[in-house]
Structures are given as C-alpha cells and as structure tokens.
Design a protein around this ligand. Structure first.
Ligand SMILES: *Cc1c(COP(=O)(O)O)cnc(C)c1O
Length: 461
C-alpha cells in the first residue's frame, strides 16, 4: 500500500443505480403511511438510505464473478469449502456452519449453550442476540464499562467489558450459572464503539479461570480492528488482518452476520473451535436452515462471502470505510449537532435526548427525530432507543435505555462524499427547527422486536 493522506476510496465506480427524488409533500404522505416508522417506508420513497449497513453493501467485480462460480449442489458444494477455508484462514475458527443470516447462528448458539435460568453477560445488548438468549431461558446482563452509556465520554474503547461487573455477577449467581460471555466487536448499540485487545486478553484470562466461555459476535470485527490500529498502543504497525485474527483467536465460538463486515447482501455463519458444539449445531441446522454444507445460503452466495471476507480485512478498504463515517460525524459536529463521541465505525449516532431536550423518553424522541429527518430530505435513519429496547419480560414496562439514539448507518462502498454532505446539511436544517418538533405515541405495538413493525401517530397538541 502506498501512502496517502485522504481516506479516498481504493476503488472506482463501474455501475450506477438511479435514486428517486421526492418532494416534501410526497415524504409527509409516505411517512404517515409508514406509521412514522422508517422501517415501513418503501425504498423507492427514500433518497439516501442510511437505515442500516446490513446487507446494503456494494459487492466488487471479484465478488460478482464469484456469483457466477456458484456450485449449487445440495451437498458438498465447492463454495462451502472455499468459505470454510476463508473463515479458518482469516478468522481462525476451526468449524463452521453457514446460516441464512446472523440471527440463525445466534439461535443455534443460544439453544446449544444456554440452560434455563442461566445468566449471559455481554458488552451491551443487541436486539436479536438478547432475544435468542431469552428464548433459550437465559437472562442478559450488561457488563460494558459505564463510559459506554455516556455519549460525551471520549473513552477510546467504549466497547470494553468491566471485569468488576462480571466479578459481581459471578459473586451473585455463581460461575456455573454463566455458560459464556458474549462480546460484540465494534459494539453496535453503543454507537459502533470498539473493544480493545488489552481488554479481550484480560477477559480471556479471567473467564478461563472461572470456566466461562467467550462467544464472539463478530459482525463488525474488521471495523473494530481498524479502530484498534488507530487507537491502541502497540498496534499501529499491525495490519487489520493480523488484528482480526488475534481477536478471533482469543474467543471460543462466534456468530456472524455476513451482511455487515464481509460486504455481501445476505448470509451468516456460526463458528466454533469445540467439536461437540459443532456436532450439535450440525444437527440443529438441518432442522432450521438446511444441510450443514449450505445452511441457508446458495452456493454462489457462499462464494461471494468467501471473497468478501478477504476484501474486508484489507487496510485500504477499512481506512475508507471508517474514514467516510468519520467525515460525516465531523461535518455534523461542525454544525453543533449532538452525536455520540468518539465517532464509531459503521455509523454516526445522533443523541436524540440532547437534540430534542423538550421531549420526554415516553414520547419516543429518537423515533420522532428519525421521522423528521426523512420528512426534511428523504434521508432514512433508524431509531436506537426505547422502541428498540422493548419491554421488560417480568414487569411489562418499557426497558428504558440511557441512550436514546438515531443511527445514520453507512452502507459499504455505496454512497459518495457529496451524499454525506447532503445528509449533514439536512440534519442541520432539522436542528434549526427542533423546538417545533413534537413526539409520537404507539398506534400498534408488536410483541417481538417491536421496532421493526411498530406504528405510531403524532401526539395531539
Ligand atoms: C445485524 C446484527 C446481528 C444479527 O444479524 P442478522 O444478519 O441481521 O440476523 C447480530 N449482532 C449484531 C451486532 C448485528 O449488528
């Protein structure tokens, strides 16, 4: 790699997809029809889509040519072996089971490792991860450091685990009630904040001593690795690929949503170093997904994923990926807009409590703000606050997360710097008129993962 100052992308554009431009009236009508939930908008009504970085990636010409090399055999597809080798070579794990996406891997992992009444600590919850832990009879316990819940803290590794919190849980319930700790890399719900290698090494030592395993939610491990390279002493000269390998080597099992880091549109896998867990997962996957050499994936999709894994751990790719996120974040800071600091890897998170301080959490400030941003400019963002947090299983009350955020998530290799300028300008316009903005109330609330399908209506004056 040759030196350059800018994060400019290490690729050029070969094909384009046209976007629809809408009027303000169009957008007001569309968001009403969508029940003020950006998940329920039609994509064709969206100009710049920052709903999620999940499956929205642009594949490379090498990945597309891999699609033509699909071996769609029911059993033993060549592409499975290519994928298995990529996972072993780049992520270190021995055994792999492909799945249709990350939550299917979480389902199997939870059912295999968790017993009724167990506790599952983690560095902040993730929606599908926690739900599968609960459905398996476990109780999630947040053991992330306090700084992760403080949007102003400039701690460089807000994804770190607080070992004192973990010790306290062991003292309370006993290590035999804790099958594993789940660590996410580039913690999504904390704003794409990394966990440090120092912390993972300490955690490895601590958990080994107590007979607790580590499950790695590795959805954004390469992004985490880039932030370690930038921020952690001793890692500046290591490559992203080396850091990724080291992180994975310190854990026992992994679940992956391939729709994120590895730059494909669908797919995932479960990986483990434990033969017994592998056998159990092989048995489960045929019930829920498909034969163990394809899980829920087509051969061609496994091939694109194998290529994507290699592309995702290149330093040049990651510099541009995280660079673009930082560019948007700094632009917003320039307008004085409250965001989560430091800027994370895959998106910029607006602090809705500070953006709309006149709204109480009960009227869903983050949900409201995401709807207003769409009305302003056709930019689609996502709520990550009380709606996403769901209800407490025992009390039935809302879970009230400290963080009430709107996530602007950046798809990989899809939008340009000029798109980021439009996003920042339109949010600045919403910020100008923030005092006029009122909240929302539920008109329909689904039972599971309510944020996906919930509907709202504006509060009466
Ligand atoms: C997306 C995601 C998942 C779930 O993966 P899906 O592919 O959407 O099923 C799990 N954990 C994290 C951190 C994620 O971002």
């Amino acid at each position: 790699m040759t030196y350059r100052k800018s994060w400019a992308e290490p690729w050029k554009i070969k094909m384009v997809e046209h976007l629809t431009m809408t009027s303000r009236e169009d957008r007001i009508k569309a968001i009403e029809e969508a029940g003020y939930n950006t998940f329920l908008l039609r994509s064709e009504d969206v100009y710049i889509d920052l709903l999620t970085d999940s499956g929205t990636n642009a594949m490379s010409d090498r990945q597309w040519s891999g699609m033509m090399m699909g071996d769609e055999a029911y059993a033993g597809s060549r592409n499975f072996y290519n994928l298995e080798k990529a996972i072993q070579d780049f992520y270190s794990y021995k055994y792999i089971i492909p799945t249709h996406q990350g939550r299917a891997a979480e389902h199997m992992m939870s059912q295999i490792l968790i017993k009724d009444g167990d506790y599952v600590p983690g560095n902040m919850y993730f929606t599908t991860t926690r739900l599968h832990q609960e459905l398996a009879g476990g109780k999630f316990v947040d053991v992330i450091i306090d700084e992760a819940h403080d949007t102003e803290s400039l701690h460089p590794f807000k994804g770190d685990v607080d070992l004192n919190k973990l010790q306290k849980l062991i003292d309370e319930v006993g290590a035999d009630k804790i099958p594993y700790i789940c660590i996410a890399t580039a913690v999504n719900m904390a704003g794409g904040q990394p966990i440090s290698l120092k912390n993972i090494k300490e955690l490895r030592e601590f958990t080994t001593k107590h007979g607790i395993e580590i499950v790695h939610d590795m959805t954004r491990v390469a992004e985490n690795a880039w932030l370690i390279k930038e921020r952690e002493p001793g890692y500046a000269d290591k490559s992203v690929a080396e850091i990724v390998f080291e992180i994975c080597s310190l854990t026992d099992h992994a679940t992956m949503s391939a729709k994120k880091d590895p730059i494909v549109n669908i797919g995932g896998f479960m990986a483990t170093n434990d033969e017994d867990v592998y056998r159990k997962a092989q048995n489960m996957v045929v019930v829920y997904e498909g034969l163990h050499t394809y899980g829920g994936m087509a051969g061609r999709d496994m091939e694109a994923l194998a290529v994507g894994i290699e592309e995702s751990v290149q330093d040049d790719h990651m510099r541009a990926r995280v660079g673009q996120t930082k560019y948007l974040g700094e632009k917003l800071l320039g307008y004085g807009i409250p965001i989560v600091n430091p800027i994370g890897s895959h998106g910029v998170f607006l602090d809705a409590k500070k953006f709309l301080p006149h709204l109480s959490q009960d009227v869903f400030p983050a949900q409201t703000l995401a709807a207003e941003i769409y009305i302003e400019s056709g930019v689609r963002a996502m709520e990550r606050g009380m709606v996403s947090a769901g209800r407490n299983k025992e009390t039935g009350d809302h879970n009230r997360p400290k963080l009430e955020l709107v996530r602007l998530t950046i798809p990989r290799r899809v939008y340009t710097q000029a798109h980021m300028d439009v996003v920042a300008e339109s949010i600045a316009d919403v910020y100008e008129r923030r005092n006029e903005i009122k909240g929302l109330e539920f008109s329909y609330e689904p039972e599971y993962l309510r944020f996906f399908q919930a509907r709202f209506k504006p509060l009466a004056d």
